[in-house]
Structure formats: C-alpha cells, structure tokens
Design a protein around this ligand. Structure first.
Ligand SMILES: NC(=O)C1=CN([C@@H]2O[C@H](COP(=O)(O)OP(=O)(O)OC[C@H]3O[C@@H](n4cnc5c(N)ncnc54)[C@H](OP(=O)(O)O)[C@@H]3O)[C@@H](O)[C@H]2O)C=CC1
Ligand SMILES: O=C(CO)[C@H](O)[C@H](O)COP(=O)(O)O
Length: 468
C-alpha cells in the first residue's frame, strides 16, 4: 500500500497541512523543490513520520502514491503552480487529481480546470500556519466527483464548528479560490479598521501598547469577539526579544501584501460591485509603503494625528458597525460574481465554513449564516439582526470618523464603510448631476424620471434627438 495522498511544497502552509493530514490517519507522500527541506521536515515530524514518505524526486513522489492519485500543491500563486503542473502531468495517469490549495487567482484556476491536462480542484485554505496544522477553513471549487475523492480528508483536517467540518465544495471551476479571495478582501478591511482604531488609541489617546492590549482583550469578550481582535490583543502585549521594547513599536509601518486583496478590488471593479472598505484597505497598504513620501509630507505640513476625545465604548461600537459592513460588502461581491459566472455558491454555507479555522472567524458569523439563509438575496446590512446592529452603532462610526478627521487621523476603511452605509440608505443620490454633466460634454443621454430613456438636455442640438 502506498500513500493515500501527496503534497508538494513544504513551506509554512504545506508543512502544517501535511502534518495535519498525517495526524488524521492518512498516509502522505511529501516533496519539496529544495530536498533538504523535505528531509528536515520528515526528520522533525516525530511520531507522524511513520505516516509520511519523504520523496527526493517527482518520479519517486508519484510512485509513492496509490492510484488514482490525489496531489496537493502548496506553492506560491502564479507561475510556480503552472510549473508544478507542467512537471507533474507527464508522470501522472489520466485520472490523477491535482488539488491547488494555495491562494490562486480564480481566473487562473478557471483556466487550469480545462488546461491542466486532467482532473483539477482549486481549494482555498485559510487559518495561517496554526489553522493548517490543527484545522483550517477549506473552500473547494471544481467537480463534485473530484471533491468526493478527497472529501474524507478535507473534512477530517478542517476546523470543526460544533462537530461540523468547516469545509465544503462551494461551486465549480474557480469558485473555491474566488471565495477565498473575497475572504482575504474582508480580512484586509477588518485588519485595516482595527489598525485605524489602534491609531486613535495610540496617537489620539496616548495609550501604550500594553494599555491598548487591555482594550482589545476586553473587546474580545463582547460582540467583536473574533480571531483578528484576539490576536490584536496578543500582538499589542508582545515584546521584542532583541530590545525588550513593545513589539509594535519596533515594526516598520509598511504593510506587505501578496495580492489577494488587490485581486478582490480589481475584480469588484470589473463586476461594478462596490466594496469600498476593502478597496480602501488595499489603498491604505499601498500608502503605508510610501514611507519616504509620508516623512516628507510630515516635514512640510506637520504631523497629522492630534489628541482626540472619543470614549472607548464609542470606538468599540464604531468597530462593530465597520466589521458588519466589511462582511456585507464581501457577501454582496460573492453573490454578484456567482451571478456573472453562473455559479450557485450558497452564501449561508460560506458563512458557516468561515465560523472556525479561518482568519476572519468571528462570533458574528453564526448570525450571519442565519441572516443570509433567512433573507436570500438581501444585503447583510438590511437583514433584521444586522440592520438593528447598524441602527445602534452607525452613530458611533459617524462620531469616530468625524472626530478622527478633525484631529488629523487617517481612517480610510472606517470612513469608506460609513460612506457605503450612508449611500446604501439614500434613495435619491447625486448621480443625476453626473448624468447631466456627461450629457453636456459628451451627449451620453440620461434616463428621465418620467421613464423616457436616452434623453438629452437643452444643450443638445436638434440633431441629437430627444430633449428633456
Ligand atoms: N502563509 C499563510 O498564512 C497562508 C498562505 N497561503 C497560500 O499557501 C501557499 C503557500 O504559502 P506559504 O506556505 O506561506 O509559502 P512559503 O513561502 O512558506 O512556502 C512556499 C513553498 O513553495 C515552494 N516553492 C516556491 N516556489 C516554487 C516553485 N517555483 N516551484 C516549486 N515549489 C516552489 C517552496 O519551496 P522551497 O523550499 O524550495 O523554496 C516552499 O515549499 C501560497 O499560495 C499562499 O498564498 C494560504 C493561506 C494562508
Ligand atoms: O491567505 C492568507 C490568510 O488568509 C495569507 O496569510 C495571505 O498571505 C494574506 O494576504 P497578504 O499576504 O496579502 O496579507
């Protein structure tokens, strides 16, 4: 008997996932581009090594797995995935299954479904190293017959919510990677809003990292309870091992990004689906990387953030409103994309899968799953439970955004969330002005409130057709 499954790419995620798979009782063959990494991994796997076959060539790796084979790729998105597929396929049988568990762009996954030369699944895995090791959230995309071949493994290694695996096949093609991408978009917005509140506590209230940790630890016991709030308390409490200083104070304020947030923002523009809090979070990361320019700006205009008087309850309420709006935008985007691609991704199932294991897990997700199930097609912000939540918190968000602006704090995600909320409850907006301007300079026409279409203003010549 050979291995039940194989895994290529023993980096942070692949190593943890391979250990998780072995721990759940499945024999696994492992391969890594750098052979020493494979050896070191299996040598350090303790009792789990009995269930692992360390392979030093792709040929040995393929031979070590029982046919029909299932092979997980856990390598960086883009070229590395295509290279691995290209190297593997000639060694595989026609019905061997390749499963890309990295953060692929779902357009690539759509392409690979047909061009990878055999059965293919695109599976989003969330939870970071700890999640991959002990139970991630797993978002599958592809054909049900292919998913069924590995469903027992996926369910066994996934996080559990009250015994229910946080794993599932969400749709065909790249649907799983698409949902993981939006998950990351929400992650970006949630993290940015937390960072903005951290900035107010640090620069507006003058709190130390330890004092800030205490605030987030308290919030993690209330409605904001979530993985990201929990780790915010932990990172604020941590000390730098080199200097003994608070860790946050020795980290350069330039955020990295590997692309999933940017992909979400770009995709939303293609779909004409507004996700301004997520876009603002991507922009904020880009701004953060402009360190020299920011320093020059401070020299010229003076430092921006001043003391600000907003009580902590108001900050907590604002963050609650912001968090709901991040998820609302993400779910709307999933719904819009499904429509565009003819996918039938079930939003309550997505919310249920996100309840444990993933980075955006939150106490709110159980209620979100119920709200989306009870009110299909509605924006989460208009479902009764979350509408009540927003009614009681949006004033706090307004106070925080306005006070922050007056005191020179940059809060792009919180203010974009608020602008979205206000726009989405304004029946008559201001785009009539845009339409009039477009018609004035380009004779683009507008829809008249009486129902007539392609109407022009009085500036149009007789030849332009109908006038208003
Ligand atoms: N880190 C995280 O929190 C999460 C990451 N992901 C996704 O999981 C995937 C893996 O990420 P992560 O484990 O963090 O990455 P790491 O950088 O830790 O590991 C990357 C792995 O891929 C291998 N690799 C890199 N380039 C190639 C290539 N061209 N051909 C073959 N193998 C290659 C590396 O091998 P070598 O040792 O030879 O360099 C290494 O084993 C990515 O798609 C990432 O976006 C998903 C969820 C969470
Ligand atoms: O998928 C993840 C978490 O869910 C990865 O950690 C990803 O790398 C996060 O994105 P970025 O690196 O752009 O912050």
């Amino acid at each position: 008997m050979g291995a039940r499954i194989g895994l290529i790419g023993l980096g942070t995620m692949g190593a943890a996932l391979a250990s998780n798979i072995a721990e759940k009782g499945f024999d696994i063959a492992v391969f890594n581009r750098t052979t020493k990494v494979t050896r070191d991994f299996v040598d350090g796997a303790g009792d789990l090594a009995d269930r692992m076959t360390a392979c030093e060539s792709l040929e040995d790796f393929v031979a070590a797995i029982d046919a029909p084979r299932a092979i997980i790729l856990m390598v960086p998105a883009g070229e590395p995935v295509d290279q691995q597929i290209e190297a593997l396929r000639p060694l595989l049988d026609a019905d061997d299954l390749i499963i890309d568990c990295g953060n692929a762009n779902f357009h690539d996954t759509n392409r690979r479904m047909t061009e990878s030369g055999g059965p293919f699944l695109g599976v989003g895995v969330s939870g970071g190293e700890e999640g991959a090791r002990h139970g991630p959230a797993i978002m599958g995309g592809g054909e049900p017959g292919h998913w069924d071949r590995v469903a027992d493994i996926m369910n066994a290694i996934a996080a559990k919510h009250e015994g229910e695996p946080c794993a599932g096949l969400l749709g065909p093609d790249g649907a799983g990677h698409f949902v993981k991408m939006v998950h990351n978009g929400i992650e970006y917005a949630d993290m940015q809003m937390i960072a903005e509140i951290y900035g107010i506590l640090r620069d507006g209230h003058g709190l130390s990292p330890d004092e800030i940790a205490t605030v987030f630890e308290a919030w993690d016991k209330g409605p904001l309870k979530s993985y990201l709030i929990e780790i915010t308390g932990k990172v604020a409490r941590a000390a730098d091992t080199a200097t003994g200083k608070p860790l946050l104070d020795v980290i350069v304020d330039a955020a990295g990004q590997k692309g999933t947030g940017r992909w979400t923002a770009i995709e939303s523009q293609h779909l004409l689906t507004p996700i301004p809090a997520i876009e603002a979070a991507v922009v904020a990361r880009n701004v953060s990387s402009r360190r020299d320019e920011r320093a020059a700006g401070q020299e010229m205009f003076g430092a921006a953030p001043q003391a600000v008087e907003i009580d902590r309850d108001t900050l907590e309420q604002a963050l609650i409103a912001g968090k709901v709006l991040c998820y609302a935008q993400g779910f709307v985007m999933i719904a819009a994309t499904c429509e565009a691609h003819g996918w039938d991704v079930d939003l309550p199932t997505v919310a249920r899968i996100w309840r444990e294991g993933c980075i955006i897990r939150s106490a709110m997700l159980d209620d979100m799953a119920s709200a989306l199930a009870d009110h299909p097609g509605d924006n989460l912000m208009r479902t009764p439970h979350f509408a009540e939540m927003l009614k009681s918190t949006h004033d706090a968000l307004r106070q925080v955004v306005s006070q922050a602006a007056l005191a020179g704090h940059s809060v792009p995600a919180l203010s974009s969330g608020l602008a979205y909320f206000d726009a989405m409850r304004t029946a008559r907006g201001t785009a009539n002005m845009i339409q009039a301007q477009r018609d004035f300079f380009g004779l683009h026409g507008f829809v008249h409130v009486d129902g007539r279409e392609d109407v022009h203003g009085p500036w149009a010549g007789k030849d332009a057709g109908k006038q208003g």
